[in-house]
Design a protein around this ligand. Structure first.
Ligand SMILES: C[S@@+](CC[C@H](N)C(=O)[O-])C[C@H]1O[C@@H](n2cnc3c(N)ncnc32)[C@H](O)[C@@H]1O
Length: 333
């Protein structure tokens, strides 16, 4: 969003209040204007602001550790601080990575986290996602011996068991963005639904029908619990199917919109395009030099299906150096 420099501070506050300020990106100054990163261009336009099509840079990861870092500043050297990795707070569990260079400082890091987030009950170190269900390995380094918790996000409660299901709290902004894009009355197909974070956030804001498919039985069980936990808050309806997307999907009718938070290494593009009438939001992991190739692949698949499309690929988060998790927003004709 393009705003005059002398009005920038006031407008930034308003954007935060309206929950459309994209804190993951950096604003940019252009002459007497500031470009603010936003999550919902339509809403900004409705508020009377000028929206320009510019991709603002992601904030460096380190920015996100500000709270913990300021606490550790006095005790840690700059070099030690530079090894701190991004952490997540999921309900009352802190999830961190501690590189070998600062493993000997683990106790102080845990103490720092507990000071900054006094409500914590568990601190766990995270390993990598494994297998088709994309479950991470964790080791608990402080607190209660559990990885179950209730996380709050976008006004809903999400029960998770990190030892049994996939959950990524960093997609909060992305879920909000999709919920704002969806219109009342839509029929939506959510593939790879997990414990239902996308479905719940969308159904909280919009009166829609969402069909979800998930293969991991534990995630389906938690999804059902999450429906109960949030039933008074939902405008829309969510239908759960336990099964394999590639077996269940082809038997379903078509939908206004298909959302695919695709597990890494899986290709569900064709199915997503087949099942959608108007919109597809397809997540994938792409090297920054291969975004054009990724787009071409989507155009090609659309052509093969006899559909025309417009595609916008957005970087959603860093995955590893030069590789991003991206979302292709595909409008079909
Ligand atoms: C990247 S996670 C996304 C989960 C959820 N949408 C979220 O954002 O928290 C992918 C999910 O797909 C599920 N999954 C993997 N292969 C599947 C398949 N063939 N059919 C249905 N679900 C599958 C996994 O169990 C996992 O919950």
């Amino acid at each position: 969003m393009k705003v005059k420099k002398n009005e920038a501070e006031k407008i930034k506050k308003l954007l935060k209040k309206e929950e459309i300020y994209d804190g993951k990106r950096r604003p940019q100054r252009v002459k007497n204007y500031i470009l603010f990163p936003i999550t919902d261009p339509k809403k900004a336009q409705n508020l009377g602001f000028e929206v320009v099509d510019v991709e603002l840079p992601m904030r460096p990861e380190r920015q996100i550790y500000k709270n913990l870092e300021s606490f550790l500043k006095e005790k840690f050297t700059n070099e030690e601080l530079s090894y701190l990795r991004r952490y997540d707070i999921i309900g009352d569990i802190a999830v961190i990575q501690i590189p070998p260079e600062i493993e000997h400082r683990e106790k102080e890091i845990v103490e720092g986290l507990r000071r900054v987030y006094p409500f914590l009950k568990v601190v766990a170190k995270k390993g990598f996602h494994t297998g088709a269900f994309r479950i991470r390995r964790y080791s608990i380094i402080w607190g209660e011996k559990r990885l179950t918790t209730i996380h709050k996000e976008n006004g809903i409660k999400i029960k998770v068991d990190l030892s049994r299901v996939f959950f990524n709290p960093r997609m909060k902004g992305e879920r909000y963005r999709l919920a704002q894009t969806v219109k009342d009355g839509e029929k939506i197909f959510l593939m790879f639904a997990g414990v239902l974070p996308y479905a719940l956030v969308i159904a909280r804001y919009k009166n829609v029908d969402i069909t979800t498919v998930e293969l991991n039985e534990e995630a389906v069980k938690l999804g059902l619990e999450n429906l109960k936990l949030n039933k008074d808050k939902l405008k829309g309806r969510i239908h759960l199917i336990k099964g394999n997307v590639f077996e269940v999907g082809p038997k379903l009718e078509t939908f206004d919109r298909v959302i695919s938070p695709t597990p890494k290494g899986v290709n569900a593009l064709r199915l997503a395009l087949e099942k959608a009438e108007e919109w597809v939001h397809y997540y994938d992991f792409v090297h920054e030099n291969e975004i054009r190739k990724f787009k071409e692949k989507i155009y090609r698949e659309c052509r093969e299906l006899g559909k025309k499309c417009e595609i916008k690929v957005r970087k959603v988060s860093d995955y590893k150096p030069h590789v991003f998790k991206v979302c292709a927003d595909i409008k079909l004709y």
